[in-house]
Design a protein. Structure first.
Ligand code: UGA
Length: 442
């Protein structure tokens, strides 16, 4: 059920409202088991479990805007059936929202005079855009937060095929080898809500940490990719989310770290670690401009080609996309910006009708006449461009690999001057005294 009639009409025609690998196949496979409507009165009364998955966009002072959640909760309360219903908060909501949603539902429910009863649970979402279906079917864990045993049992029954991995895997989403079960964390409401924020903030910290180390790596002549691997293979640290580059974007990390700090401040607490991760992340975007400036000496009048606009590959989501932010900052500094994205181009045009960014239909077209290219989103197809040909059409063959995703040796062979965001500076060595200090302390 969605209040947007256009979205519902498109879904009924089998058209997906956004790009996500395999989503159309899953919807088609569901057949008559999946129906779309704009009416609460059609979707709610028969339901035994209701998932609230409305958007919670950034609001004021770091707090998310909860008006869609409020409206959904009231409308659900007004339409509940005469049996016991479990209402699950899937949307990322501030800690304590479960209690608030319960009170909104109760008001509407009592006015409605229904008899069935209901309970609210939190079931935070951990899927990543671009691999959403894989993450949903084969999760690292399922978290259920509720004060009541009956509610926990209803959700356990619902999730059982995933927890026990007993469902037949779709042919296009095979089960990872060796996966036999997914762990369940059954806890109280507040803990489930905090798990969601603490997980996203921790992943954000990992990215900012490796980006901070990347800046030092550049100075001391170390290779950040090797450093990330070297620390990540320690099982206590883990190799994932240690890819250095332009920093995180998307609808979650920025919003959720801000919300976590805002919640803490409501309780009179500071969150210096989370705040530092946010600062480091915003600095990475500025570093793209600084790097370009040091290559080109001025940005005014230069033509910069941006490869990739989406906040990450395999999605057309542009929310808080580092590429879009960098393009905007370049234009503010007087540069001409040409851009390409394999999937997000159309959405970019629609969402930014007045943007001065010149939209190109191929990566090759972006390069024509450019003073430098910036790899802003690591779509796999950019790795295999014909770099000799791409470079030959540029005014100067310079590439800033802001995702550290390109094959530096190959690109350099193609005649490019390669710059990375954490580039190993040629000839950079530890200062003599630092070496001896390190030896002594080691
Ligand atoms: C993130 C979390 O990973 C999910 O677990 C969570 O469910 C989701 O937010 C959410 O709260 O809804 P998502 O934002 O879709 O998922 O994508 P990620 O794969 O986490 O990437 C976020 C950003 O970090 C991207 O811009 C990506 O390029 C960047 N990133 C990621 C890095 O810069 N380095 C890395 O090593 C990993």
């Amino acid at each position: 059920m969605d209040v947007d009639p256009e979205k519902v009409r498109a879904l009924k025609r089998g058209e997906m409202p956004f790009y996500e690998p395999h989503l159309a196949e899953v919807v088609a496979d569901a057949g008559q088991n999946l129906k779309f409507t704009t009416e609460y009165s059609e979707a709610i009364p028969q339901a035994h479990v209701i998932f609230i998955a409305v958007g919670t966009p950034p609001g004021q002072n770091g707090n998310p805007d909860l008006r869609y959640l409020e409206s959904a909760a009231r409308s659900i309360g007004e339409n509940l059936g005469s049996h016991f219903t479990v209402i699950v908060n899937k949307s990322t909501v501030p800690i304590g929202s479960g209690v608030w949603v319960d009170s909104l539902l109760r008001d509407a429910f009592e006015r409605n005079g229904s008899r069935g009863g209901f309970a609210v649970a939190s079931n935070p979402e951990f899927l990543r855009e671009g691999s959403a279906l894989h993450d949903s079917l084969y999760p690292d864990r399922v978290v259920i937060g509720t004060a009541e045993t009956t509610t926990a049992e209803v959700l356990y029954t619902l999730y059982r095929p995933i927890l026990e991995q007993s469902f037949v895997a779709p042919r296009y989403l095979p089960r990872p080898e060796g996966l036999q079960a997914a762990p369940l964390i059954s806890t109280d409401l507040a803990s489930a809500e905090l798990i969601k924020y603490a997980a996203n903030a921790f992943l954000s910290l990992k990215i900012s940490y490796i980006n901070e180390i990347g800046i030092l790596a550049e100075k001391v002549g170390a290779d950040i990719a090797q450093v990330a691997k070297g620390i990540g293979l320690d099982a206590r640290i883990g190799t994932r989310f240690l890819q250095a580059g332009i920093g995180w974007g998307g609808s979650c990390f920025g919003k959720d770290t801000a919300a976590l700090a805002a919640t803490a401040s409501d309780y009179g607490l500071d969150m210096p670690i989370v705040k530092a991760a946010r600062e480091v992340n915003s600095r990475q975007r500025q570093r793209v401009l600084e790097k370009l400036l040091s290559e080109l000496h001025t940005l005014k009048g230069r033509t910069i080609g941006v490869l990739g606009l989406a906040f990450k590959p395999n999605t057309d989501d542009l929310r808080d996309a580092p590429a879009v932010d960098v393009a905007k900052r370049l234009i503010e500094r007087g540069a001409r910006v040409k851009a390409h994205d394999p999937i997000a181009m159309e959405r970019f045009r629609k969402e930014n009708p007045n943007s001065e960014v010149i939209c190109c239909s191929t990566a090759e077209e972006v390069a024509v006449g450019a003073d430098a290219l910036v790899l802003a989103t690591e779509w796999p197809q950019y790795r295999d461009l014909n770099w000799e040909q791409v470079g030959s059409t540029m005014r100067s063959a310079i590439i800033l690999d802001a995702r550290l995703a390109l094959d530096r040796a190959r690109i350099t062979r193609a005649g490019f001057r390669y710059a990375g965001l954490a580039e190993r500076t040629k000839g950079a060595v530890m200062k003599e005294r630092d070496v001896s200090a390190a030896t002594i302390s080691g």
